[in-house]
Design a binder for this molecule. Sequence first.
Ligand SMILES: [Zn+2]
Length: 247
Amino acid sequence: MSDDKFFSPTADPVTPDPTPLYGSCQCNRISYTVTPQPHQPRPSGRSYPIKMIDHCQSCRRAHGGLLTGWVISPPSFGRLNLTLDDGTVKEVTLLDVVDAYTATTKESITPSMKKYPGSSLAYYASSEGVIRNFCGDCGTSLTYIRDRREDEVREKVKAKIERGEELTEEDKKWKVAVFDFTMGSLHDESLERCKADSQWWWNHGVKWIKEWAVGMGDECVRCDVYPDGNDSAEKIVVKADLQKEGH
Ligand SMILES: [Zn+2]
């Protein structure tokens, strides 16, 4: 991951609290853990996992809820336990989940829905280069995973598919810097330890829900953009901004 803009390969690693977070879907056929590990510092100096809320229209409609919370980490933090059709349990990494999806040529690019083999873990491609996982048995929304390759790279692969050409293993390989688990699927005890400290896509939010965010205190920062893409945005405090805006 050293070639990724989210990490500085020269800095000393930061060591977050290694206590795992646990979550599962409503029917418990899919459970997961997030185990924080030492990692290269983020530009803001904060460590993973990121704990944020979002109520942009896309997040609201994806989950049917007013607010969505996301726990965001490098893929090495995450493991899923899938109860298979034969009753056995299989542990998979986030990269296993992505690889199973992209192994099928056309469906790695075009919106589609399918499941991890033998399990209830379903995929929905909400846009190009983005998949969301949910439990196909009970419907709980679980992940958001984005391919962070450059658009031009994906365009080239798309053109190959349109021409009916065979894709190479490299063509199918997504670049996943971070992934998101839905905060609402965490178990109570883990959620108690995972208080959201920022709201993203502030300008895409709803005014009265933003006012609730003031109740999260001065520690809750607002971000108009993806924070690591514009680090200064992460330092803006919700309460002060709302006062300035006359709310
Ligand atoms: Zn389920």
